[in-house]
Design a protein around this ligand. Structure first.
Ligand SMILES: [Zn+2]
Length: 193
């Protein structure tokens, strides 16, 4: 994982994106970066879409229970209102937010805020998800994290949905999705047809 060697404090405004499939450790990486910034006495705040209420209303909770407080928001515009006076803004599950998030992140970074965005890069069909592709384009740094393919142990690239449901926004846990590599995903979907 890339580290910036001049320390956590006194960074200029920047946009960092942490993206990947489900079970790739995106939220854990977001929390790690936020905790380091907070150890450096920076004011940090995590926002997440109100739609993601899997574990608790006001916590980003990653799968390993390593949690940090967060604020649920209905739309990306709320971040600008709520983030005045914050040094490091974290955004989790950003794929569920509107495309206005791209401008919001730019504006925050231009103000000198460090913005760390975590989200799914693709949906369960392998299609780029919400504002994440555009955020990757404008980011100063993109970290793509990988889960492990449950079939063969290679690096996974997509979260394959096991239940028959075509709705794009379906939040779930291990029993509804499995991380697969490109080869195993192709085999899985050809068997479904
Ligand atoms: Zn595989």
């Amino acid at each position: 994982m890339t580290e910036i060697l001049n320390g956590e404090a006194h960074r200029p405004g920047r946009i960092e994106v942490v993206c990947g499939s489900m079970f790739s450790g995106k939220t854990e990486e977001l929390i790690r970066r936020m905790k380091r910034a907070s150890f450096a006495r920076q004011k940090v705040e995590i926002f997440k879409p109100a739609i993601d209420t899997r574990y608790s209303e006001d916590n980003v909770v990653s799968h390993d229970q390593n949690s940090i407080r967060s604020t649920p928001i209905e739309s990306s515009g709320s971040i600008l209102l709520l983030a005045s006076d914050i040094d490091v803004v974290g955004i989790d599950e950003a794929q569920f937010l509107d495309n206005g998030l791209v401008e919001v992140c730019n504006e925050l970074a231009n103000r000198g805020v460090r913005v760390i965005v975590a989200g799914l890069d693709m949906d369960f069909k392998g299609v780029p998800f919400g504002p994440i592709p555009a955020l990757c384009a404008i980011a100063d740094e993109v970290t793509k994290v990988h889960a492990i393919c449950v079939k063969c142990g290679a690096l996974a690239y997509v979260s394959h949905r096991l239940v028959a449901n075509d709705k794009r926004v379906l939040l779930g846990e291990q029993d509804e999705y499995e991380p697969l590599c490109r080869d195993c995903y192709q085999k899985a979907i050809s068997q479904e047809k």
